[in-house]
Design a binder for this molecule. Sequence first.
Ligand SMILES: [Zn+2]
Length: 400
Amino acid sequence: MPSLLIRNVRPMGASPVDVLVRDGRIAKAGAALSAPTDATVEEGGGALLLPGLVEGHTHLDKTLWGMDWYRNEVGTKLIDKIENERAFRHASGHDAAAQSLVLAKAFLARGTTRLRTHVDVDTQAGLRHLEGTLRTRQTLRDLLQIQVVAFPQSGLLGRPGTAELLGQALAQGADVLGGLDPCAIDGDPVRSLDVLFGIADRHQRPLDIHLHEPGAMGAFSLDLILQRTEALGMQGKVAVSHGFCLGDLAERERDALLARMARLGVVLVTSAPPSRSVPPLMACRKAGVTVLGGNDGIRDTWSPYGNPDMLERAMLIGMRYNLRRDDELDVALDTVTHAGARGCGFEAYGLDAGCRADLVLVDAQTVAEAVVARPVRRLVVAGGCVVARNGVLQAEVASL
Ligand SMILES: [Zn+2]
C-alpha cells in the first residue's frame, strides 16, 4: 500500500498540520512534512480533520435503504412491529446480504469507518440474516470495521430453539451476543437473563442488551443485568442499548444505578429519540458511564427515519439534550467518535500516531460547526485508503 500524505488539515480544529499515513496507520502529524517518494499527496485545504465516525447501534440487515418506499401501517405496540417485520421479511424475500451492503457503503461514503450492527436471529429466519451480514463484513473488511451482534429480536424464551441459534451465531462469527427486554418481551426476567448470560459466558463474548422497558420495570431488569455482570466477571463487556428507564427514575435511584454501571464498566448506547425518555447524557458522563450514539434502525419496517450519517446523529443527540455551547457539541461528537470506539471496544482508534488511518475531512471551522452543519465529507480515508470524495464513493469501493 503506497503512503499517503494529507497536507494542511486541522485535527479537531487545532492548528494546521500535515498527516502522513503509512501501511494503513497514521505514521505522524506535523508542520511541513516531506513527502516520501512513494506517497500520494492529498491537499486538505485547511479542512477540519475528524477521526472516522463510529456507529454504535444500527440494524444493517433490516434496512430498506435504496428500495421502493415502504408504506408503514404497523401497529403501535412493540410486538406489532416485531411480528410485522418477521412476516414482511419472510414474504418479500428481503435480502439481508444485499441490503446490509448497500447501507454499509452509504455509511462509509459519509465517513463512518467502525460500526456495530444488531442482526436478527429467530426461529423463522434462522441464521439467514446473520449470514448475509457476515458477507458484507467480509466484503468491506479492509475499510469498514463491522461488529456483528446476534440479536434475538423476537425474544429469547418465547420461541424455543432461539437460545441454541444464538450460540450457533456466535460460533459462526457473530462478535457480540444481543438481548431484548427480559420482562416486557420474555415475561420472565430472571430466567431470560440467566439463559442469556449463560450463552455469553460459555462463548466468552460481550453482551449488548436492548432495554426499552420504562421506569420501575426497566430498573428491575437493569439491576438483574448488573448483578450478573458482576457475578460472571463481565466487567467492561456489557452494553445497555436505549436504557429509557434511566430517564424516568428519581435522581437518587438513577444515580445509584449509574454508579454501579460505572464501577462495572457497563456502557450506554442511545439514539436519543425525541419520543421517549432518555438516559441523562451529562449525568451519565459525570458518573463515569460511557455513552455512545447510534441511529438504531434506518428506513425499515419499524421506522421511516434514520440516515447513515453520524454527524447528523450527533446533531440529533445535541438537539435532544439541548446541547448549545461549543464544549457541549464536542460531547455530541464524542458520542459518535471516541466514546463510540471505547464503548464498542474498537482498537487503534483516533488521530494519534499508530492509530488506524480512518480520517474524515470536512469544510468547517470547528467541531461544533461540523455537528450542526453536517458538511459533505470532502475526503474519507478508511484503513489508509481514500474511499470517498465529496460524499461519493470511489468507483472501486462502489463496485465491491
Ligand atoms: Zn436496536
